[in-house]
Design a protein around this ligand. Structure first.
Ligand SMILES: C[S@@+](CC[C@H](N)C(=O)[O-])C[C@H]1O[C@@H](n2cnc3c(N)ncnc32)[C@H](O)[C@@H]1O
Length: 228
């Protein structure tokens, strides 16, 4: 018998009750293969659908935008953005080849090829040649990257570098509150970044989605981080 954790496919449906005939899609289904017994990156964390819904509600702004997802895991938000016409780069820790391979699988299951989505290793706080070759970025996205204080400064350092090279860009970060004692405020100050909380209480209402149901029992926040 194989020791490989069993894979199952989770379906996420993004729809709209709007009846206008704009060019934005009004229904997208995304299939995410997950392996529950594997590591962090093989499971879709509760923040990911929240970020995906936020992007869905702003889908008219996505076509042609260069989007970079950090710590993508199963990459639900990035895959949705690509389906809405963004030019997407999905990244994961460069030392997790199986996770990078799994992102490729998630893309393939959704009919996205190498031409439509780029997948590359990007380890927070580490500056490899590939980090300098990421190309232009309009929007950085990250779901549940701030999951452990030991990685907070590494993420902030990477985001600060990416925003230095793309000063017009912003970082949309959705995170699940795990401890009221955790804070990134001093790091934002140290790395000269500005942060705003974006309210998400009405997210999904356009589609008849109850945000509280989507969050289950978690407290989830959306931050927009830019250069100071
Ligand atoms: C809590 S999971 C969130 C995964 C996914 N974004 C989601 O919301 O479903 C954290 C992710 O960060 C990745 N990660 C952890 N440390 C990292 C690092 N130093 N550099 C880049 N990615 C890292 C993990 O592999 C994992 O995919």
């Amino acid at each position: 018998m194989s020791d490989e954790p069993t894979e199952h496919i989770k379906k996420f449906v993004f729809n709209s009750k709007k009846t206008d005939t704009s060019t934005s899609p009004e229904l997208i289904e995304i299939l995410i293969p997950e392996k529950l017994a594997a590591s962090y990156s093989f499971y879709t964390w509760p923040s990911a659908p929240i970020l995906a819904w936020f992007l869905w509600e702003h889908r008219a702004e996505l076509p042609g935008k260069h989007i970079l997802e950090l710590g993508a895991g199963t990459a639900l938000p990035g895959i949705l953005a690509a389906k809405c016409g963004a030019i997407v780069t999905l990244t994961e820790s460069a030392v997790l080849p199986k996770s990078l391979q799994h992102i490729k699988r998630c893309c393939e299951v959704n009919g996205l090829t190498n031409n439509q989505v780029r997948i590359t290793g990007l380890t927070w706080g580490l500056f490899l040649t590939s980090t300098f070759a990421l190309g232009p970025i309009d929007l950085i996205i990250g779901s549940d990257c701030f999951y452990d204080p030991s990685v907070f400064e590494d993420i902030i350092v990477t985001v600060s570098f990416l925003l230095d090279t793309n000063p017009q860009a912003r970082f949309l970060s959705v995170y699940q509150e795990r401890s009221a004692d955790w804070s990134i405020e001093h790091l934002l100050h140290k790395w000269k970044l500005r942060c705003e909380h974006i309210p998400i209480n009405t997210l999904g209402s356009e589609s008849g989605i109850d945000i509280n149901e989507l969050m289950h029992d978690h407290t989830i926040h959306l931050l927009e981080i830019t250069k100071d």
